[in-house]
Design a protein around this ligand. Structure first.
Ligand code: HEM
Length: 472
């Protein structure tokens, strides 16, 4: 930007908002490995984002041991590609992640492995193809619109994080079941919240690699909610299956597509597989989107120029003429703000695997058995990959700039064969929700305390995100 002073053009530095975050620990104990490990444990349980060391935001690779287990954090785009794409057959699920997620998600796509995963992915992938995702846009718009009609009745101070979780769940459930659920909606919402809370509990005994026969109190929580949720999904799927068999007209939603999915080689999905995958979509697909939306509103509230530009873009969109699946094409700045928000606060902060054979690439040798991981949290703030990484600068994702970003430096949706299957669903949903929200409301951040990012499955604002919402 240029400014004229005394007839001379002088460059001015644009000030960008830098939200506070855990910058990585330094610690006086770095040479005392045992002590360091025990000091890291409480941090890992409380907030894994605070367990990263400062140097990890500068180094391409860092290797260390935690309770004797070898770890390698990889932040070098070429090496990331080499391991997670070109050698993806040398990766298996990391046992700790499985211990936490598998009892709840069973054979859903996120936790399934081998042939079961291959069959689910192949059968379900066509449902996430653009043709179907675009077909969900009107349901997304309608569900958001009616939620916002209710929200508009109570402008003023509110806690946006749970409001957006509720909205993202309603949008997902509308595209999944078209409202064809018999059970009490409020009870389901409470169960979904408890189910996710239960998933986010890493037990310290698991982190220490303690044997399975030692009881984990954290595993007992949330069982009731998960069981009730599974019953709702199963009953709804069975009712719909019976209607399809009886030749009745049924909604063209996700559930119908799942019941009809499959080809001569894979066959149809069983009710168990459908139940596991719908539970997985709820776990993987609503809080992730909700968190990304909440952080976007927070960042925009602190950058009035960016927010004004996003509002102008949304105001110029003819929502009556342009179908909702095409809104994203007309909202490049809003989309850039959302992508920049996922850079600073990637909903999935860690992508963790275990190596099943040695990997060698250039100077790097990583032995079989290493827990190898990419952390979008670290990668997206890495000093060698981003200029002023702590600053909110949506321009990075706008126009020509977008294509300059290395494909493996920005990974909010993961990568390789297990890349997020719901990525375009999530992007479309976020664009529709943000367009409708910004058209109608303005959100200002009201607390003196800035939210501190905490990782509990997704990156959440500790102590919530208090905002003031006014009709525009
Ligand atoms: C902003 C929203 C979202 C983000 C940031 C996100 C991020 C991710 C990431 C990083 C992975 C890879 C995890 C790994 O490799 O360990 C993943 C996998 C997955 N996501 Fe998403 N996701 C989002 C929304 C959704 C939605 C809306 C759905 C479904 C409706 C979904 C369903 C899944 C599933 C089923 C997997 C497992 C894929 C597999 O292993 O084959 N996600 N997601």
């Amino acid at each position: 930007m240029l400014q004229t002073v005394d007839d001379k053009e002088v460059p001015t530095v644009e000030r960008h908002f830098s939200p506070p975050y855990p910058e990585g620990r330094d610690g006086p104990y770095k040479n005392f490995i045992l002590l360091r490990t025990f000091l890291t444990l409480p941090r890992m349980v409380r907030n894994p984002l605070e367990a990263f060391a400062k140097f990890q935001f500068d180094y391409p690779v860092s290797r260390y041991r935690l309770f004797k287990m070898p770890f390698a954090l990889v932040s070098e785009p070429e090496l990331i590609r080499h391991i997670f794409v070109e050698n993806s057959d040398a990766l298996e699920a990391e046992p700790l992640r499985q211990k936490i997620l598998r009892p709840a998600l069973r054979d859903g796509m996120l936790t399934a492995e081998g042939d079961i995963w291959r069959r689910s992915r192949r059968t379900i992938a066509p449902i996430f193809a653009p043709r179907h995702v675009n077909g969900f846009a009107t349901a997304m718009q309608d569900a958001t619109q009616s939620f916002l009609d209710d929200l508009a009745q109570q402008p003023g101070d509110l806690e946006v994080a749970p409001v957006l979780s509720r909205l993202a769940y309603l949008v997902l459930s509308e595209t999944l079941f078209s409202g064809d659920i018999n059970e009490d909606g409020e009870q389901i919402l409470a169960d979904v919240a408890q189910f996710l809370q239960h998933l986010s509990n890493a037990d310290p005994l698991d982190l220490m690699g303690a044997p399975d026969w030692i009881p984990r109190p954290t595993r007992l929580r949330g069982h009731g909610a998960t069981g009730r949720l599974r019953d709702v999904v199963r009953n709804t799927a069975k009712r719909r299956q019976a209607r399809i068999k009886a030749g009745e007209r049924v909604p063209e939603d996700f559930l119908t597509l799942l019941l009809q999915a499959g080809d001569s080689e894979t066959g149809r999905l069983t009710i168990d597989e459908i139940e596991d995958n719908i539970i997985t979509f709820i776990a993987a697909g609503h809080e992730t989107t909700a968190r990304a939306l909440a952080w976007t509103l927070y960042l925009l509230a602190h950058d009035q120029k960016a927010r004004g530009r996003a509002e102008a873009e949304v105001d110029a969109l003819d929502m009556d003429k342009i179908p909702p699946q095409d809104w994203g094409n007309h909202l490049p700045w809003l989309t850039a703000c959302f992508e920049e928000s996922m850079r600073l606060y990637p909903p999935a902060a860690v992508i963790l695997r275990r190596l099943t054979r040695d990997i060698s690439f250039g100077e790097y040798e990583i032995p079989s058995g290493t827990n190898v991981y990419v952390s979008p949290w670290v990668l997206h703030r890495h000093s060698t990959l981003w200029e002023n990484p702590a600053q909110f600068q949506p321009d990075r994702f706008y126009g020509e700039n977008r294509s300059k970003i290395d494909r493996f430096a920005y990974l909010p949706f993961g990568l390789g064969p297990r890349v997020c299957i719901g990525a375009s669903f999530a992007m479309q949903e976020a664009q529709i929700i943000l367009a409708l929200l910004l058209r109608r409301f303005r959100f200002d951040y009201t607390s003196d305390r800035q939210p501190w990012p905490v990782m509990k499955i997704t990156i959440q604002p500790d102590n919530g995100m208090p905002m003031n919402m006014q009709l525009r």
